[in-house]
Design a protein around this ligand. Structure first.
Ligand code: A3P
Length: 322
């Protein structure tokens, strides 16, 4: 779905013809727009978004590089901000039990603005929650002057690469994403030209934005969420303006939300074992093993070192280390 190149207007074709271009390892053309690489249909969707999206003051945008914990963050943010709508918080009636997080918090550029028709976002319940894989500079151009909130989740590049490879083999093709392709994807990560890449540039764009106080950006990491889930969910809730009250904390609300959104709970739901999300991907493909450091079973020492190096070089002097 994210590689299809129909739905591209003449205006977008003209723009694309002026953009730097590279081929991915399967020979498909990628184009560099505002510092990130895309297939043509995503450039079109981003243009649609930039032209038509009107932020509301209460909007919340969840941003990430693919495979960094987007699904988890979507579930947590949705559960946090809507917790009072499910009054007694009877878990069996919660939307996350009957729907995939990607349908409850939809992507801007690979879902809502990637269709023939512009989305109607006026009827969505407030606060509106959206998600994106665009880098901050591309998002921000459209959010400018709006106080809406952005949460970024990032994850170690090595676990991201391995997760991406498993995901692609599920959703694109087992044949194309066979054993050799892990090395092909590694080469792309080193070169920088791949969908939504370079990873390190995107991380830095949100890190820098989180240090200044224009559009507030909360910078989270998957590793910290795994290590201290309660503290990180409370931090998320505070940032979003939905702090847990003492009473809620004592009644176990934080833990209930974490349990609801856990990988084991979500991945075992019928709603996530079957069906396809509004962005065209089988629900089950978003859930695998999770955790930290799983890359050790797939990447050589040398590959790991090179990946760490490109990230370290980019982040040097930024104050961010992971
Ligand atoms: P692995 O492939 O390492 O298992 P994204 O949501 O950005 O697409 O990232 C997918 C990764 O997050 C996958 O990692 C997946 O298993 C993991 N994941 C999905 N849902 C999760 C959850 N509720 N809690 C923790 N990790 C989750």
């Amino acid at each position: 779905n994210f590689m299809k190149d129909d739905n591209v207007s003449q205006e977008c074709k003209n723009l694309i013809s002026s953009l730097p271009s590279e081929k991915d390892f399967m020979g498909k053309s990628l184009f560099s727009y505002q510092g990130s690489w895309y297939y043509p249909n995503t450039v079109q969707a981003i243009l649609n978004f930039q032209k038509h999206f009107r932020p509301r003051d209460t909007d919340i945008i969840l941003a990430s590089f693919p495979k960094s914990g987007t699904t988890w963050l979507k579930a947590l943010a949705f559960a946090v901000v809507h917790r009072n709508k499910y009054a007694a918080y009877t878990l069996d009636s919660h939307p996350l039990l009957s729907n995939n997080p990607h349908n409850l918090v939809r992507f801007l550029e690979i879902d809502l603005y990637d269709k023939n028709q512009l989305p109607d976002l006026e009827e969505l319940p407030l606060p509106r929650l959206f998600a994106t894989h665009m880098p901050f500079q591309t998002l921000n151009e459209t959010l400018r002057d709006s106080p809406c909130k952005v949460v970024y989740v990032c994850r170690n590049i090595k676990d991201v690469l391995v997760s991406r490879w498993h995901f692609r083999s599920k959703v694109v093709s087992k044949e194309l994403y066979s054993n050799n392709s892990l090395e092909d994807m590694f080469d792309e990560f080193i070169k920088g030209a791949y969908l939504f890449g370079p990873f390190q540039d995107q991380v830095l764009s949100y890190w820098k934005a989180s240090l200044v106080n224009v559009n507030p950006v909360l910078f989270m990491t998957y590793e910290e969420m795994i290590e201290k889930p309660e503290a990180q969910v409370m931090r998320l809730a505070d940032f979003l303006g939905y702090s847990f009250t003492e009473e809620e904390k004592q009644s176990g609300m934080v833990e209930k939300i974490l349990e609801l959104c856990s990988l084991s709970n979500l991945s075992n739901l019928v709603a996530n074992k079957t069906g396809t999300s509004t962005c065209g991907i089988h629900h089950h493909a978003f859930f695998r093993k999770g955790g930290v450091g799983g890359w050790k079973d797939y990447l050589t020492h040398d590959m790991a070192k090179k990946l760490d190096e490109i990230v370290e070089n980019k982040l040097q002097g930024s104050g961010l280390k992971f």
